[in-house]
Structure formats: C-alpha cells, structure tokens
Design a protein around this ligand. Sequence first.
Ligand code: HEC
Ligand code: HEC
Length: 358
Amino acid sequence: MIDVRGRILTRLALAAVVAAGAAVAVDAPPAGRVRGETLTSGSISLELPLGLQAGAAYVPEANPLTAEKVELGKLLYFDPRLSLDRTVSCASCHNPFHGFADPAPTSKGVGGKVGARNSPTVINRLFSKEQFWDGRAEDLEAQAKGPLTNPVEMAMPSHDAVVERVAAVHGYAPYFKKAFGDEKVTIDRIAQAIASYERTVVAGNSPYDRYVAGDKDALSAAAQRGSMLFDGKANCRVCHAGFNFTDESYHNLGVGMDAAKSDAGREEVTKQEGDRGAFKTPTLRNVAQTAPYMHDGSEATLRDVVEFYNRGGRPNPQLSKEIRPLGLSARDVDDLVAFLEALTGEVRNATPPASLPQ
Ligand code: HEC
Ligand code: HEC
C-alpha cells in the first residue's frame, strides 16, 4: 500500500487479511539507544524515546491504553474505507512519511476538496489534552470523530454510516472483540481505538535529547549556538516550553492576518476578541519533517519561519507581547535553523500496517 516514493496510496489493493493477533502493536525501539522513561497505562508499559516525560502524558481514565486498542486503532487510522469514496484515510493528511503531517499547505480531502488549515502532526499528541489549532476538541477521542464526517476531509454522511462501513468489513470483528470484549462497532469505540494508536506515535531521542543527556558531541556547534539563542535572545522558549516545546496555549503571531479573510482562530472557541488570530503553540519535535509551517501553511521552510519571527511577526491589535523584532544576524538565523533540525528523532509505531482486514 506504500510505493517507493513513500506516499500512501489511497486505493488499497486489499490483499490478505491480517490474522488476528499477528500484527505487532508497538514497534520495538531500535537497539543501542539510551533508555527513555516508561509510561504505564492500562495494560501497556510503553518505553518512551529519550527526552519525553512519562508524567506529562494525558490518557483519559475512560480510555486506558491497551495493546489491543492500539492495534485496532492503527488499522482504522490507515484505512481509506472510512471515507465516503474510500480514498482518504487519516494517514492521507497525517502521513508517517512526512512527519505525520502533509507536505501541502492545506490538505485535500474526498473529491479534492481543500480545507483552510495546514494539517498538524499527530506526533506526541500523547502530551496534549486539547486538539486542533484552536483547541476546540477536548481530547483525541473527540478529535477523531471530526474528520470522518467533515465534508472537506473524509466526507462520510454520518457517524452511523462510518459504523456501518466498518461493521461491513468482517475482518474487523475479531479486533473489536479483543479490544472491547465483544464485536460491536460503535463510533466511540472507533474513536477510542484511533486515539489509543495516536498516543503511541511518539518522537524523541533526537540529537538535542542525547546532548541534554550528556553526549556533548550530539549537537553541532551551530545547533548549540542555536539552542542558546532559542532559550535567550530569540525568546522562543517562552512559548515553545518544556520537553515537548509547547506551552499548550494560544498566541497571535499575526500569521495570515493579511489574508482577504483572516482566520479567527481561538476566538471562535472562546468568543473573546483578545483571542482573535491566536493559534496553539505547536510542538517543534521532528518539525524539520513537517513543512510547510503555521496554521495556514504560509511559511515554506524553517528559515522562512525564523525570518518571520526576526521581523517581529505581523503587527495587528492582538499581536502577542512576546513577539517583536529580534535583531538576529544571518548567522543567528542559520544557528536557529540548525537547532530546529536537531529536534528530529526516532518516531515510534510509525510503520503502516502490511495489510488491512477484509
Ligand atoms: C483531508 C485532510 C485530513 C484528514 C483526512 C484528517 N485530518 Fe486530521 N487534521 C487535518 C487538518 C487540516 C487539521 C487542523 C484543523 C484545525 O485545527 O482546525 C487536523 C487536525 C488533527 C489533529 C489535531 C492535532 C493538533 O496538534 O491539535 C489530530 C490529532 C488529527 N487531525 C487526527 C486525525 C485523524 C485521527 C484522522 C482520521 C480519522 C484525521 N485527522 C483525518 C487534516 C486532516
Ligand atoms: C508568543 C509565543 C511564541 C513565541 C515567542 C514563539 N513561537 Fe513559534 N509558534 C507559536 C505559535 C502560536 C505558532 C503557530 C502560529 C500560527 O500558525 O498562527 C508557532 C509556530 C512555530 C513554528 C511552526 C511549526 C509548525 O508545525 O507549523 C516554528 C518552527 C516555530 N514556531 C519556531 C519558533 C522559534 C524558532 C521561535 C523563536 C524565534 C518561536 N517559535 C517563538 C508560538 C510562539
């Protein structure tokens, strides 16, 4: 289902049925790397890549992680039959070969329809409660139900239609039984399984993490200078805080404010004028893989992003007080880009399933 260029083909030759229990739920970590922290939830003990903090994981009490839900969720995540014309899966826009994002500024759904926002990565969603650029979904379970019926995404007429579509694939029955105790397909079970899979897609053990853990050769001199700038003069850390490089909060940088119809962002959720044009601080882990950038995909490269900050964003009445011209030299810009590139690490559970149930 994947060709050599690493694109997920939308039409699957639905070949062999995966024998129930044959698929590996969580990829084994590569040999020879420093151990990370271990997350324990439900029946799962998940060793996280170096640099990630198990204590910061958010797993709702109602949906503890189990290997069986993760396995089912992974199949559903990669299954284009969950869309109206059977061509679009979650992975079409959150593609493991593009850092679980989409190389297009805005993504194409069923019928080539285009949405208004850039597909964010699903990497490290384990550490966030609220989802979407504006935080309107309260958790991953709530989020997963959105794209299935969004007319510019998977375009199914209703959640009942999604349930019927999945229930019609008899090969899914044993997976539901193992994950939930019986074969019944419901939209909540679909959402719980997909959310469980997403929580295992974690990235860490980057050169930056190995440097922090004591390997002083892991970062180039340029990336080391970039790290100092990131925490200091360039003022990036105030928002891209902590091990996942996000404060899980919403800020206005002025992105897209010059567009004919600018996106209200967080204001649509809070109804507060002060939140106009504010969007969620995204994680910067594996950010080198997820171009283009920003909620509207308006910045093509990491260098463009850093230059945007260096100019002081785009002034507007709601501009964050933390955004101002930075006076960075050309070398500073290079160094910051080198630092951002050093945040690319191993991604767990990123290998698409070999085949889907029939
Ligand atoms: C046609 C493209 C498309 C498809 C298909 C799609 N998404 Fe998305 N996804 C997006 C876009 C665009 C956004 C951002 C929308 C917003 O913030 O308003 C998004 C946001 C998300 C987020 C929030 C990430 C964050 O950092 O807040 C998650 C998680 C996610 N999608 C998972 C999924 C899952 C699971 C599926 C399948 C059930 C799916 N997506 C299908 C385009 C897509
Ligand atoms: C005031 C908080 C804040 C500060 C300061 C800040 N950022 Fe951001 N960053 C954000 C927000 C919010 C977004 C998304 C904005 C949007 O799309 O409208 C973002 C987006 C990004 C992106 C794009 C990521 C993606 O997946 O699209 C990169 C890269 C980035 N920031 C790096 C930096 C660097 C480097 C600095 C320091 C020069 C910095 N940020 C300073 C809040 C901040």
